[in-house]
Design a protein around this ligand. Structure first.
Ligand code: PMP
Length: 360
């Protein structure tokens, strides 16, 4: 068996320990005589898995008591609709558009009320995060929306926007659990699992309880009401059981790595290695403003499309896969989520140095 270093933006690498443990439990989960995939979601075995995953996530986030954790389905994209359907009481929301995912969320929000584009970085192909210290937040906005880490462009908010008292809603899909977070500064956080915490099919929602509406407009499907899922502790219908089980294992793995502080240290070290090389390279360069660089997604280019393609191809032959940049940006992108080991980034940098010597 030979595993590659997978730099995919998602679905992405999972910790090898998690894959080993889950494969050891595949045929017979803890003496149940069946796999977690075959288990009733109403069984005590699954209830324990769900409770443990929820508790471990609460521990990792030091979650204040007035927040609920939900394990839902429909991916992060479904939250683009669920957020306005549930939170737009005044019918107004402000969006900061820093990439394709924020843009999609903004377009979805506009279907259910008045969505304002509060700020955008589209003028420079989303290569930076706008200054959000004093934006003209709408007086009647139900929330201010951000995509905290922009997977495609490789930017991240280093300071949260000043929302002037309005609840902050953040798509953390590509930076979830990558560093310590003060949840009390947010009204709602959501994250698709398939980058930092598990397999596609699970989306985690963390919502301040007072934002869960008792009533929603009649057109909102039952399955898209936060209250239904909160009241039923994520068991209103059959949840993505196996995905939740894997997420739970990843939460335990993160705890064993020193929690979110441990993750941050590990992620800073990996990102520094790659960014330092990009900054001194004669051939490669990063594509976004240094102050806004993501720890998770690192886009870079040579400036020559053919050379970029050659790099991606030769890297893959060395077991460094999925380095092709998003089609809207071109070049390369290395996604170095929590599970990517330092050795993976070191191997990439070593190969980049070699490629530079051969092609520079
Ligand atoms: N938000 C962000 C920041 C993403 O990176 C992605 C997926 N790459 C999405 C939302 C969409 O996620 P999903 O495919 O789970 O709907």
């Amino acid at each position: 068996m030979s595993r590659v270093y997978n730099f995919s933006a998602g679905p992405a690498m999972l910790p090898e320990e998690v894959l080993r443990q889950s494969s050891a439990e595949m045929l017979d989960y803890q003496g149940c005589g069946m796999s977690v995939m075959e288990m009733s979601h109403r069984s005590s075995s699954f209830q324990n898995i769900l409770d443990q995953a929820q508790q471990d996530l609460k521990d990792l986030l030091a979650l204040p008591d007035n927040y609920k954790v939900l394990f839902l389905q429909g991916g992060a994209s479904q939250q683009f609709a669920m957020v306005p359907m549930n939170l737009m009481k005044n019918g107004v929301a402000d969006y900061i558009v820093t990439g394709q995912w924020a843009k999609k969320a903004y377009a979805e929000g506009a279907k259910y009320g008045k969505a304002n584009k509060l700020a955008t970085s589209e003028d420079r192909t989303f290569a930076y995060i706008p200054d959000c210290a004093d934006l003209p937040v709408s007086p009647d906005a139900d929330y201010v929306y951000i995509c905290e880490n922009n997977t495609i462009y490789g930017t991240k908010y280093k300071t949260l926007p000043n929302t002037k008292g309005k609840p902050l809603v953040a798509d953390q899909s590509s930076c979830f659990l990558s560093e310590p977070v003060d949840v009390s500064r947010y009204g709602l956080i959501f994250a698709g699992a398939q980058k930092n915490i598990g397999p596609a099919g699970v989306v985690v929602v963390i919502i301040r309880e007072d934002l869960i509406p008792e009533e929603v407009p009649a057109f909102v499907p039952t399955m898209l009401q936060y209250k239904i899922h909160a009241d039923n502790n994520s068991l209103y219908n059959t949840p993505p059981c196996y995905g939740i089980y894997i997420c739970g294992k990843v939460f335990q793995w993160i705890k064993a790595q020193g929690g979110l502080e441990g993750m941050q240290q590990r992620n800073l070290e990996k990102a520094k290695l790659l960014y330092d090389f990009l900054d001194e390279s004669r051939l490669f360069r990063g594509t976004v403003d240094k102050k806004d660089r993501s720890l998770m997604n690192v886009p870079f280019v040579t400036g020559d499309k053919d050379l970029d393609a050659k790099f991606v191809k030769e890297a893959a032959a060395k077991g460094l896969v999925n380095l092709k940049g998003h089609r809207t940006v071109g070049g390369m992108r290395a996604s170095i989520y929590n599970a990517m080991p330092l050795a993976g980034v070191q191997t990439l940098v070593d190969f980049m140095k070699q490629f530079e010597t051969e092609n520079g």
